[in-house]
Design a protein around this ligand. Sequence first.
Ligand code: NAP
Length: 321
Amino acid sequence: MPDSAMPQHLPDTPARASTTWHILGAGSMGALWATRLARAGLPVKLILRNPDRLSAYNAAQGLTLVEGEHAQTWAISAQTPDTNEPIQRLLVACKAYDAEQAVAQIAGRLAPGAELILLQNGLGSQQAVAALVPQAHCIFASSTEGAFREDDWRVVFAGLGHTWLGDTDQGQAPQWLEELQRSGIAHEWSPNILSRLWRKLALNCAINPLTVLYDCRNGGLQAHGEEVNTLCTELGALLEHCGQADAAVDLAAEVNRVILATANNFSSMHQDASQGRRTEISYLLGYACEAARSRQLAVPHLQHMHQRLTQYLKQHGLPCD
Ligand code: NAP
């Protein structure tokens, strides 16, 4: 596939004064957001782990977004966490297990009233980040967009989707959502983002671990319908115990619909485990089991599955947290 030959260099000063989007983590989601914001002419800066990653990025001369047959490189400026520059708006695009430590590295740079947008899947990491930076306004996001890293600094936009954003104190939709509109990032302000995150967590717990244990595509779970439905019953009870009754409505029906609609796909957890990458188990099934334990709710099938999955990850030399 031909890449556009020259990286697109971006103006140092945007045409109209606009808050800089600092993006913490330039993996799949970080690159997907950064390149689209930059393409819309918005000021974007990447924050990379350390000087080695910064050198590697500079050698690549930018971030490449691949959309279908088209690939375009954007020379977005990048820095390390210890750069001395205040941050007003930060997109946290690390994995759930990295988010807290990554935010701790830049916490001292947050300007008064800074906003953090947390893209992590599952639950638990968002609360940990919010507790770490109580002076900042944390916005939780739940996205159905799909992207993967074809190589370092080169990301494929693999699935159109939608992103819901919201906070836990019924805040108003921020004005900068208009910038997402301009960037072509399909989104909506959600008055109950926790309900959305819980629902997604429950769908994830009912499908992803079983696809790892049975080593199958999502559609393979049609052969394990009874097990899936038993998990849905426990997950529904858990949601109700956690004050998330809305997220429990017709859960089993939706899980079965998703299994059919995505029959040919490998779940994200299956992809992680089969490619030897750490999974986000602690923020999905682990979080569900811990929420049940702390409420003294018996969820024997979820717990058993957590044990089986932990065992599986250990046997394959992968972290089980
Ligand atoms: P990813 O491709 O692995 O990217 C994570 C990035 O975070 C990596 O580039 C990593 O740096 C960086 N990072 C980790 N610690 C850092 C630190 N201390 N400082 C700076 N950067 C740091 O992960 P992803 O797929 O984008 O997923 C991010 C989150 O979005 C996950 O919770 C995932 O579940 C969720 N999500 C993903 C998708 C998707 O399709 N990918 C869809 C919906 C939701 P290195 O490059 O140096 O390792």
